[in-house]
Design a protein around this ligand. Structure first.
Ligand code: SF4
Length: 335
């Protein structure tokens, strides 16, 4: 199976300037070398605490932000090498659903204009024809076609997010970045919107990059999950493998915080010390070493590489790298 999207060593740094002369004093390393594939009809979940770079990653992958370095291939196209016109054509196939359904819809536009804007811009339809496309999109996301004349403030959060989904679907895309798409909604509404996204995936053969800060949210929709910490993917595995056999100490800590319905499977709660360090001056070596209960010899000096610890299960941690793996059982006992 060929991937739909290939991300290779992608970096996005934001320069920091100080003083009247705007002297460059450093960079915020929001995304610091991430690589993965997304397959047709697949959902890749992306999780991590706020500030770990997942939203920047989603936007850079769509080229809403230009990268510092690295490549993204959509089918055979290297997207950062495309000219404006070519990128505009490709944009129809790559869409985004934003986090906040309250601020991502223009309050002065009707639902018809919000969803239909791109349909007209790309020359697909206008007038009556556009309206009937918008009506059928509304129906498809579980809203009444008659809502076309209404404004965003007339809807609940869940309904607004359905409008956001209809807008993303309007150009018949293959790939959608769902950027914290359900995080602002109540738990019961979250489940409805996730079900809708899953139905649409089946129907339109969509691939999703589903970004969230909560592992229990991505669990239900993702085929595979990438765990991010300070701009890097520290673990990537199928959802089942990640939940059954988390390898990275950070993933283990995230998972241990999720209440389990089966007490016999309860794992020791790992409490992480401190907050996520600043991405301006990240810790040396493994950026997680300042909080890691298992850190040992090389952790503060050597940047861990990504190793395939089990087939299809990638982890960036010296514990699993044959070159550094500790023989001292005391290190493993700390996990
Ligand atoms: Fe912990 Fe070291 Fe692994 Fe980093 S490389 S997660 S500090 S054990």
């Amino acid at each position: 199976r060929e991937p739909l999207l290939r991300v290779r060593d992608l970096k996005k740094y934001f320069p920091i300037h100080k003083g009247i002369l705007g002297r460059h004093v450093g960079d915020v390393k929001a995304v610091d070398g991430i690589s993965f594939d997304i397959y047709p009809n697949e959902t890749l979940g992306m999780v991590g605490e706020s500030g770990c770079g997942k939203t920047t990653a989603g936007r850079t992958i769509l080229r809403l932000l230009e990268p510092t370095s690295g490549k993204v291939y959509f089918r055979d196209d290297s997207i950062y090498d495309l000219k404006t016109e070519q990128m505009r054509a490709l944009r129809r196939q790559m869409q985004i659903i934003f986090q906040d359904p309250f601020s991502s819809l223009n309050p002065r536009m009707t639902v018809e204009s919000i969803i239909g804007e791109a349909i007209e811009f790309h020359g697909i339809a206008k007038g009556e024809e556009r309206r009937s496309i918008v009506e059928s999109l509304l129906e498809r996301v579980g809203l009444q076609p008659s809502y076309v004349t209404r404004y965003p403030h007339e809807f609940s959060g869940g309904q607004r997010q359905r409008i956001g989904i209809a807008r993303a679907l309007a150009l018949n895309p293959d790939f959608i970045v769902c950027d914290e798409a359900v995080s602002a909604l109540d738990v019961s509404v979250q489940a409805q919107v996730i079900n809708l996204l899953q139905d649409l995936q089946e129907e339109y053969n969509l691939s999703y990059l589903f970004i969230a800060h909560d592992l229990s949210v991505v669990k239900h929709i993702s085929d595979r999950i990438a765990v991010m910490y300070l701009g890097r993917v520290v673990e990537l595995a199928t959802t089942e493998d990640l939940f059954e056999n988390p390898l990275h100490p950070y993933t283990q800590a995230l998972l241990s915080a999720i209440p389990t319905p089966n007490p016999s499977k309860k794992k020791k709660r790992v409490i992480l010390k401190g907050d996520v360090p600043s991405p301006i001056n990240p810790p040396s070596g493994c950026t997680f070493h300042t909080r890691c209960p298992a850190r040992f010899g090389p952790c503060s000096k050597v940047v861990p590489r990504s190793v395939e610890a089990e087939p299809g299960h990638f982890v960036r941690c010296h514990l699993y790298d044959p070159e550094y793996a500790p023989t001292d059982p005391e290190v493993w006992a700390r996990m």
